[in-house]
Design a protein around this ligand. Sequence first.
Ligand SMILES: Cc1ncc(COP(=O)(O)O)c(C=O)c1O
Length: 413
Amino acid sequence: MFNGRIIHNLNSAFRFRVSKAQGPYIWDDQGKKLIDFTSGWNVTNLGWNNPEVTDAIIAQAKKNTYVPMWTHDPIQEKYADYLASKLPKKLDVFSRETGGVNANVMAIKAARAFTGKKKIVGFSDTFHGSLYSVLEIGYKPEYLLSKSLFLSYQDYVQLKFPGVKSHDKNKESVLKKFINELEKVLQKKDVAAVVCEAGIVTGWGTTDVAPVGFLKSVRDLTRKYDALLILDEVGTGFSRCGKLFGLELENVVPDFVTFAKGMSNGALPIGTMATAKEIAESVYAKSQPQSTFGWNPVAVAAALKTLEIHNRDKVWRKAEKDGYYVMETLRNNLSNNSLVDDINGIGMEIGIQLKLDGKKISTKKIIDSVYEKGLHVCKSSETGIQLMPPLTIERKALDHGLEILVDTLNSFA
Ligand SMILES: Cc1ncc(COP(=O)(O)O)c(C=O)c1O
């Protein structure tokens, strides 16, 4: 857990010192070059240290590096206008945050203030950030701490995420059952908001995929029962799932959408909660949307350039195409592999579900082994590997990474 004085995240199996990172590659401090299939967990979608983003940062740093929260820098206005032009019309104002957890907390605070209700519906085994107020949404008791330390567990309703495997034949009935469960909860009319991702769980380390229709059903039911919808796009945003934003997958318009991670391509901390002006106006007095460092002008310059590149290069199209390619390649080459249960995902957010019962092999061992051969991947759970390559990765590097993965899995089977 510790590396010297640094407290590390335990999830992703191992840690190392990064000495250099460029495009789809990172180098450890032994000079080992690794093909990266993580993007730092959906962050460096345009490749590590994207040179255009770096140039934009330098240019803005020479102009102005800070504005206090009661003022704003013109680049913030420019970015807000540009981001609004890429989102559904209703999502037209933005809070200035430093990351994903803040954006989600802000959305929950605003949803409660707007509706006058307290309950938040979410899904077990999901992740929306590491502050109490959102950790509780997806909290699984065995993950950490003790349940008694949580503040307001009774205000959170956890439903099971209706994740299905790629080969499941009963997708329709899973969706139907889920709709019934959600409707039962919402019928009580004491729910302020439902918090979810766009049909896939990217956050806590799973790539469960919901049947098509999930997001639209959640939107329809929240509308029917006067609850709000908070769509967490911290992981799915910025072309990761084959669309610029995950909300386009089912053309829904949530009441809040939150972004961070890929927003500045990891160059500087930034996040936002987008909502309707009507909601923001009515809750502002009650919900105090403020952050001293939120939307630092230099971070905004990185975000502006990032969004310009996504838009200019239509990065989501390549993500969609490459995502199919990765899943097909893995499915074709691992179809007889006794360790592999399923390969599933949306766009370039892809999971390999392993079946390790009674086997001597562990996910960590597989990940360590591919690292030795020059590939960096994340462990998503005790039986899962999560693949999130930079979306700009060229085919040769992608193929080489896939070859390492396939060979390793086949050698252990
Ligand atoms: C889906 C999702 N939401 C929210 C967060 C929290 O973002 P941050 O780490 O910027 O607070 C994460 C982080 O992994 C995430 O994956």
